[in-house]
Design a protein around this ligand. Structure first.
Ligand code: NI
Length: 189
């Protein structure tokens, strides 16, 4: 296993369309995933997509801590190979996001609140899950990486985009409760 270098916004590998994985059971894919999991834990982050480690393949890893989910249950470490998202309903909501490819920055991003996603696991079998709220947000954020989309490209209110440290300080000064939100919620994915 190895900790991989993370590409930052502006690097072409983050702007392209990642290629589908031909064989999820290939040991090279297993090796890539092991390195991605180690890199994500080291960062630390809650999600990572292969293009972020300079590999233009449709592979995502994530883990959603229990304090983030609606039912307070952790979404355990999940590997998505060739994921596909289906939107359920039209509802969207805004929430703070961060990204390991935009270190120390955060912004409010509208996302669909309810999705269904399908992917292959490392055993080659496909599975399907429904996700709401923060879980749905993480999956949308990570899958966007596979299509060259970074969260600022999804933002509608760029005045909420900035450095976590500055925004938290500004919000504290303004006695705005969103301040600490920006600090705590801008977790990197
Ligand atoms: Ni990201």
């Amino acid at each position: 296993m190895a900790i991989l270098k993370i590409a930052r916004m502006g690097h072409p590998v983050l702007m392209g369309t990642a290629q589908p994985v031909q064989d999820p059971t290939d040991r090279r894919i297993h090796g890539l995933v092991a390195d991605m999991v180690e890199t994500m834990a080291d960062a630390p982050g809650i999600g990572l997509a292969a293009p972020q480690v300079h590999v233009p393949l449709r592979v995502v890893v994530f883990r959603v801590p229990g304090e983030r989910t609606e039912d307070k249950k952790e979404v355990p470490l999940t590997v998505l190979v060739n994921p596909v998202i289906e939107l359920v309903g039209d509802a969207t909501e805004e929430g703070w996001e961060g990204c390991l490819s935009l270190p120390e920055m955060t912004g409010r991003v509208p996302r669909h609140t309810h999705i269904r996603y399908r992917a292959h696991g490392l055993n080659g079998k496909s599975f399907e899950r429904e996700a709401k709220g923060y879980h749905a947000r993480v999956v949308q954020h990570e899958c966007d990486h596979l299509d060259g989309i970074l969260y600022p490209m999804r933002m509608t209110e760029l005045s909420t985009f900035g450095f976590v440290e500055e925004m938290a300080r500004a919000s504290r000064t303004a006695m705005d409760p969103a301040a600490d939100d920006a600090n705590e919620d801008g977790e990197a994915a």
